[in-house]
Design a binder for this molecule. Structure first.
Ligand SMILES: [Zn+2]
Length: 101
């Protein structure tokens, strides 16, 4: 795609926002357009990077919360099962001792 010079309106210039050029007709250095565009691009990239970091941090926090909740649930279930099984085991052991006598 060809562009017009922003100063003298000369047609047929390459995109002066993606490469630093000089207008062949008015000799204006169009580098500031390229610089401004590259700064804007960099700022946009930084915003995207910050967004990605925020999403990753939130995902990690959510996973940690989920894991700690599951761990607490598991502990609770395990303790409850322990409390039910302990008297049964004690009875079985008592029976075994009785049979041995
Ligand atoms: Zn020009």
């Amino acid at each position: 795609m060809k562009y017009n010079c922003p100063i003298c309106n000369q047609a047929g210039l390459p995109d002066y926002k993606i490469q630093p050029i000089q207008c062949p007709q008015c000799n204006t250095d169009l580098k500031p357009y390229w610089l401004l565009n590259s700064i804007a691009k960099r700022q946009k990239r930084n915003k995207i990077n910050k967004l990605i970091i925020a999403v990753l941090a939130i995902t990690c926090l959510a996973l940690l919360l989920l894991l700690s909740k599951n761990s607490a649930d598991y502990k609770r279930q395990y303790n409850a099962a322990d409390r039910e099984i302990a008297p049964l085991l004690y009875n079985k052991l008592s029976n075994i001792k009785l049979i041995r006598h």
